[in-house]
Design a protein around this ligand. Structure first.
Ligand code: GN1
Ligand code: MG
Length: 362
């Protein structure tokens, strides 16, 4: 067993004796390990190093996570739910300070949480798992609707469309990679929709659209299912922050309701899948209808177009910047991604009337 890792685990107030520590999963952002305990009645744990390049403010990040997991745990307790350690992530306090949920070792922040046993994640969706995901993400937002703490923005302006357009316009003006001229038609098409796609920010300023606590990384692989295919809990809480609810609704559909991967270079594969849309929306509205305003519901089709649009803007921004943010496997990778998301945006725009009709019938 790696003695350095053992020493890190030793910072935390856990139950049981450490028997083994080994790598877990394939997360790209944080380093993740499984800590096995010797005793049958002690849980196993997940040990994770937080990537401070992506999340520079660990104090804020872990403050958010503490507030969110405590709040959900209290709700589950009040409902008389059983199996609570599998229904919400449980982060372990440090020995030095029971109020602290991370330990800094050699300048690196580490955290530990209870490993959820007998659970699986899914990588791909079908209508059934999309409906379950919609219901679970809606429930997650619903449970956090009355959280008393003010959460911080762990990534500032993360889903702010006006900000993403400013970034694009800045890089167009500077043209550091000399690529602007070659993609002018894409730029023109994206910018021609700028006004309609920033409606959320304007309504927010007018006080007509609230920010609520959102997950902000609503992919199907960010939830755990039990062996009977029921959703146990939502995981990967690093991006939980206040946002328009469109973040969770729209970003799930952006990945799940595309007929193909976001970087498929064959645009004839790209399109908006209404079966996934309907299943996800049915599940989401079942749990979120109780707290959504009529305006939020009316704007859900907009949200389904917003996230492909935002992602096209972000991929094009990175392409024009010289590919600094996303890893590229070939020179035009970001451009293919931007084209793909633009095509998905067009397809979602076409589907807007059908989306609105479906939502009206819910
Ligand atoms: C990034 O790392 P990953 O794949 O979960 C990005 C998302 C984008 C996504 C597009 C912190 O997410 O916002 O939608 O790439 N996350 C960050 O592939 O920028
Ligand atoms: Mg992620």
């Amino acid at each position: 067993m790696n003695e350095n890792l053992k020493a890190i685990v030793d910072e935390f107030a856990i139950r049981g004796t450490v028997a083994d520590i080994k790598p877990l999963g394939e997360g790209l952002i944080n380093d993740t390990l499984l800590v096995k305990t010797a005793e049958a009645d002690a849980p196993d744990y997940v040990l994770q190093r937080v990537n401070t390049n992506v999340f520079p403010d660990v104090e804020m990040l872990m403050g958010n996570i503490r507030a969110v997991t405590r709040h959900i745990r209290r709700k589950l307790e009040a409902q008389g739910a059983d199996d609570i350690d599998r229904r919400v992530l449980t982060f372990m306090p440090t020995k030095a300070d029971p109020d602290r949920l991370y330990a800094t070792v050699d300048g690196e922040p580490w955290r530990m949480m209870i490993f959820i046993a007998d659970a699986v994640t899914k990588q791909a969706v079908n209508p059934e798992s999309s409906e379950a995901a919609g219901e679970a993400f809606g429930q997650f937002q619903a449970m956090l609707a009355d959280i008393p703490e003010q959460l911080g923005e762990t990534i500032k302006d993360f889903h702010n469309m006006e900000f993403r357009l400013r970034q694009l316009n800045d890089v167009i003006a500077a043209d550091p990679a000399g690529r602007v001229a070659s993609v002018q038609p894409i730029i023109d098409e994206l910018l021609s929709h700028a006004e309609e796609m920033t409606v959320a920010e304007r309504l927010g300023r007018e006080g007509r659209l609230p920010k609520r606590i959102c997950h902000c990384d609503t992919k199907v692989n960010n939830m755990m299912f039990d062996r009977q295919d029921r959703v146990l809990c939502v995981i990967d809480l690093d991006t939980v922050m206040p946002n328009f609810i469109f973040s969770d609704y729209g970003d799930f559909l952006r990945t799940a309701a595309n007929f193909t991967a976001e970087d498929d270079p064959d645009m004839s594969h790209v399109g908006f899948n209404m079966d996934i849309f309907k299943a996800f929306t049915r599940g989401y509205l079942r749990s979120a209808k109780s707290f959504l305003t009529p305006l939020e519901i009316e704007l859900l089709p907009y949200a389904a177009t917003l996230f492909p649009y935002m992602q096209a803007v972000r991929f094009l921004w990175d392409y024009l910047s010289g590919d600094k943010y996303w890893k590229c496997r070939y020179p035009e990778h970001n451009l293919d991604r931007a084209r793909n998301q633009l095509q998905l945006f067009r397809s979602a725009l076409d589907a807007k009337p059908a989306m609105a009709a479906f939502i009206a019938g819910q």
